[in-house]
Design a protein around this ligand. Structure first.
Ligand SMILES: [Zn+2]
Length: 243
């Protein structure tokens, strides 16, 4: 891509460069199918992760596995949307017995604050098989998050006691427990329950998963994560350089 040349600017003795949102977005395009794997314990070596993904994930194209600033995080860059979807919606998130959480990468991804949007498997118990089409489920999932994919038995309608799908949910928001297909309380309408299989707690105070704001222990989080949090509860982006 062509970037217009521009001189550095200065404010209060600080040198800075200004780019438009569009420029930043275009620079990120080659990485649009990338995920970050955050391992809960010391992660396997990059070679072990590459070998595991190659033999177990069933991806179509080659991928790049690389390290990040934080030693437990791994950057996995895929070549197409189908591979990306598979990577984000693995049912068991472990490599050689070490568990991880998968996050969609974007140009504003901050290693020091876990994103609250996470892939979660949900069931819609009792949903009849005529409603298992992707376009239909995509519509139903809009109030919950972003539809990622259906499991195989839902896709092929070989198990018909309900649908099961992977959705990117915002764990920081209250969860929707049910919705209606058709106007509420009408005899012809269907009240649909939503069961969340693996929703992690999210702490809006320190921006970490695994606990919530009520059970937050900043001292412990600081020891484990080494993060510093400012008054607004956001991790300092400056830490990326100084840490
Ligand atoms: Zn917390």
């Amino acid at each position: 891509m062509i970037l217009a040349l521009r001189p550095p600017k200065m404010v209060e003795g600080e040198v800075y460069f200004q780019f438009t949102k569009e420029e930043i977005a275009r620079l990120a395009e080659p990485f649009c199918y990338s995920v970050v794997l955050k391992f809960l314990k010391n992660r396997p070596s990059l070679d072990a992760v590459r070998a595991f993904i190659h033999s177990r994930w069933g991806l179509m194209a080659i991928l790049v596995v690389s390290s990040m600033r934080r030693p437990r995080n791994i950057f996995v860059r895929m070549a197409n949307e189908a591979d990306f979807t598979k990577a984000l919606s693995r049912e068991v998130c472990e490599i050689n017995g070490i568990f991880y959480r998968a996050f969609r990468w974007s140009s504003d991804f901050n290693e020091d604050a876990e994103p609250s949007r996470v892939p979660v498997w949900v069931s819609l118990p009792g949903l009849p098989p005529n409603f298992y089409q992707q376009a239909f489920l995509n519509i139903l999932m809009a109030p919950i998050g972003t539809f990622i994919r259906r499991d195989n038995s839902t896709r092929c309608a070989t198990r018909t006691d309900g649908a099961r799908l992977c959705v990117e949910v915002d764990a920081a928001k209250p969860l929707l427990s049910h919705f209606w297909i058709g106007a509420p309380e009408l005899p012809s309408s269907r009240k649909q329950e939503i069961i969340y299989e693996t929703l992690p707690a999210y702490c809006s105070s320190c921006n970490m998963q695994g606990h919530n704001a009520r059970t937050c222990n900043p001292g412990k989080a600081g020891k484990n994560g080494g993060r510093k949090v400012n008054k607004k509860g956001r991790s300092e982006t400056k830490m990326l350089i100084n840490d």
